[in-house]
Structures are given as structure tokens and as C-alpha cells.
Design a protein around this ligand. Sequence first.
Ligand code: AMP
Length: 181
Amino acid sequence: MKKENGESMMDRIREAIRDVPDFPKPGIIFKDITPLLASPEAFGDVIDILEQRYTGKGISKIVAIESRGFLFGAALADRLKIGMVPVRKPGKLPYRKIRHEYKLEYGSDAVEIHEDAVLRGEKVVIIDDLLATGGTAAAAISLVQELGGVVMEAAFVIELAFLNGRAKLSPVQVFSVLEYD
Ligand code: AMP
């Protein structure tokens, strides 16, 4: 995809993501999306791509994962003129909710969703900023499915393909704007 100035849209998005080595702990290269958010062109490109992909597909909710998923999910839901549902870390949601726990390398974590947030049979797209091992997104998929929702796709701005998180989400289809090998 080319923009008017000849610069490729994908290059512009890639250039707006900053690698921060050893954050939050040694050995992790953190993909910092704050320069992307600060660039109206690059941020707009990402939302354009997602909007084009999901327009006219009968999707009625964007389910966004705390916390950076909210930033993309809210913008996308507004473009598509559909609702946005937050999936949050334990203890954050105020109303009646269900929880799904998942294993981390050491210990476990959990995510929650309001029990009335997705209706039975409703088609949703799940969104987060980044797909790493897939544990978080897999838990979000389980929550939506437990409520009877249909997950059409899981979408990410960034996919760390070498971690093969995609396999953990199968058979749910995965879309990522940018892949890192
Ligand atoms: P995972 O459950 O392993 O797929 O991890 C995904 C979650 O952790 C996402 O919400 C990401 O925001 C965050 N995350 C994991 N690895 C990174 C990374 N290298 N850079 C930025 N965020 C990350």
C-alpha cells in the first residue's frame, strides 16, 4: 500500500514502533507503541487497515484487551460504528463478570469480562497491541466463547511470529498488521 508521498504505509508504521531493550526485565525487547500513537499518520494507517478489513463483515463488537488494546479497539469501534467491550485484569470491572485464568512461564494470570458484554451469537473481533505467546488472547477468546459470542478473528498491531502465539489461538483466525520474525 502506497501513500501519496511514496513512502510505504507499512514502513511508516514499522518506523513508528520503538524497540526498548531490557524492559520490563532483562532479555525482553519491548515494542513501544507510544511513537505510533503520537503520529497521526501512522496511527491513522493502522486504524485504516483494520477498518478496511472489518467493514461489512457483520461484526457487532470489538473486544479489546487491557490496556494497550483499548487504544486501538476504541478507535476502531468508533470507525466501524459498533460497540467496544473491555477485557480487563482481575478486580477492575465493577459489574457481574466471569474470569479466565491462564498460565504464565512462572505462575498464572487472569482476565475478566462483564457477563452481559457480549450476547449469544454476536460476532466479535478481539484486539490487542501485540501477540507474544498468545496466552492473554487465548484467555480473552475463552471468555467471549463462554458468553456465547463468535470470535471472527483476533487482530494485533504487532505479532512476534517467532513465539508462535498464533498456534495457541487456533482455530480462531489471526490477523496482524506487522510481523516480526
Ligand atoms: P502474550 O500473552 O504472551 O501473548 O502477551 C501479550 C501481552 O503482553 C500483550 O498485552 C502485550 O501488550 C504484552 N507484551 C508481551 N510481550 C511484549 C513485548 N515484547 N513488547 C510489548 N508488549 C508485550
